[in-house]
Design a protein around this ligand. Structure first.
Ligand code: GLU
Length: 465
């Protein structure tokens, strides 16, 4: 049987990290088994679903490169189909009209609570052989309920959590259509999973409670029951449920914060799944290795440091042209214009080993394109009155040499040795004058990229001050 998985987000917000991991695992499972991955937008909650949220989901998926083979299907466009299946269940006596008013049900619940019973619908409108039903009240639009089996257990072998068994006595007759005729959430999911031929339902474990109801419905429809894999939730760095408090939870926020999609994917892949001690791997590798047996049933904890470590790794490996484009965009947002892409690639090559994020990379190279704010403390510490004569003499030399890395190195080296100094005594003040701070890669390399005119101008501004 061809594997068919799906990702079925409700478009009520951005694509968050937990959703992205669910999508990734569903996608990888389909890819591993040469199956199909379906994208379905569960937009029946019209009050909370927005087109912007749909777009945010599509953007997040595209950015991560999680491509789908079918869809996106929109539940709101499948209403006729749901109604058709509801009629079928009614005709087959597997569903029925229920005229209980809200007040009636509230009273029932209250009574059950008083009696110390679990509140549940008591089946008063449920037709049974030999049972006399009340006459439908006039003018009351009914809901439609599913005739859930009264006894026995719903059992499934969850591919993550192991065997789960729920007694039917715990489940009351689910409302599958509201009084206005619109189908309810669990019902739409069931019809979709059935129609779309889904073989493995991989989703968050907040849906475990829905699964027995969905299985009963699938049985009633004569559908093949898919396998289920419920992924445990993701906790924040602090062990609390992941939420906005933890900063970036939206996938596109990671993009904005300067993470590469391959780093986020690699990170998410390891969030609750493992392949021995392997930490760094490509998505091609992941699709080959991925299985549901190595998903841990316990909650996974987010670890920003590890994500940063992976991001740093991928920044070191990324194509320079791509990094230059990313850095250019980020600098542009900060109002800094980059005119020379070739130079920028060279500059990035100097800096990329020091950056955890693209934003750090961008801010660390910004001084090539705009005059830096000079760090006053570093200035006082390194551009001391004792070293000023050396720097002035060096300035005159530098004004007459070609600014290649080699020539610059020679000139600095000469200033160092002829004055009997240690290299940093000269290199540090140069750093401060040219980059604004005391930290930079090899100063001759920095100066070569900065260029003679700009370099001399920056030196002069401080030496003449
Ligand atoms: N729409 C549901 C959600 O976003 C997922 C339903 C499912 O995967 O079955 O949580």
């Amino acid at each position: 049987m061809t594997v068919r998985t799906r990702f079925a987000p409700s478009p009520t917000g951005f694509l968050h990290i937990g959703g992205a991991r669910t999508a990734l695992f569903s996608w990888a499972y389909a890819r591993k088994h040469a199956g199909q991955f379906v994208l379905r937008i569960e937009d029946t909650d019209v009050a909370r679903s927005t087109p912007e949220a749909v777009q945010a989901i599509l953007d997040g998926m595209s950015w991560l490169g999680l491509d789908w083979d079918e869809g996106p299907f929109y539940q709101m466009q499948r209403m006729d189909r749901y109604k058709e299946v509801i009629s079928k269940l009614l005709n087959e006596g597997k569903a029925y009209y229920c005229y209980s008013s809200k007040e009636e049900l509230d009273a029932l619940r209250e009574q059950q609570m008083i009696e110390g019973k679990k509140p549940r619908y008591d089946g008063r409108w449920r037709p049974e052989a030999g049972k006399e039903l009340p006459a439908p009240p006039a003018g009351v639009p009914p809901v439609i309920r599913f005739k859930n089996p009264l006894s026995g257990n719903v059992v499934w072998d969850d591919l993550v959590k192991g065997q789960i068994s729920i007694a039917n006595e715990e489940l009351d007759d689910l409302i599958i259509a509201r009084a206005d005729g619109t189908p309810t959430y669990n019902f739409c999911v069931v019809v979709d999973d059935w129609d779309m031929g889904i073989t493995q339902v991989i989703r968050g474990d907040d849906h475990v409670n829905n699964t027995p109801r969905q299985i009963n419905l699938l049985h009633a429809l004569g559908a093949t029951i898919p396998q289920y894999a419920h992924l445990s939730m993701i906790l924040g760095d602090d062990g609390q449920k992941l939420s906005k408090r933890h900063g970036a939870v939206s996938v596109m926020q990671y993009h904005e914060d300067g993470y590469l999609p391959e780093a986020v994917l690699n990170y998410l892949a390891r969030l609750g799944w493992s392949h021995g001690d392997d930490e760094i791997f490509s998505m091609a590798q992941f699709c080959e290795w991925f299985d549901l047996d190595h998903i841990t049933p316990s909650a996974a904890q987010f670890n920003t440091e590890k994500l940063n470590w992976l991001n740093a790794h991928y920044i070191k490996q990324a194509d320079l042209g791509r990094l230059a484009q990313e850095v250019t965009n980020r600098l542009a947002q900060a109002g800094v214009v980059v005119h020379d892409q070739v130079k920028l690639e060279g500059v990035i090559a100097l800096y990329r080993d020091r950056a955890n994020t693209l934003n750090q990379l961008a801010s660390s190279v910004a001084y090539f394109y705009q005059k830096p704010q000079v760090d006053a403390i570093a200035l006082e510490k390194h551009v001391t009155p004792e070293i000023l004569p050396v720097l002035n003499a060096l300035f005159d030399v530098l004004a007459h040499v070609e600014w290649t890395q080699e020539k610059l190195h020679e000139a600095i080296e000469h200033a160092v040795t002829s004055n009997g100094l240690k290299f940093p005594k000269v290199a540090m003040p140069l750093r401060v004058m040219l980059t604004g701070g005391a930290q930079s890669p090899s100063i001759d390399a920095v100066m070569a990229f900065l260029g003679k005119d700009e370099g001399l101008e920056r030196m002069q501004a401080i030496l003449n001050a």
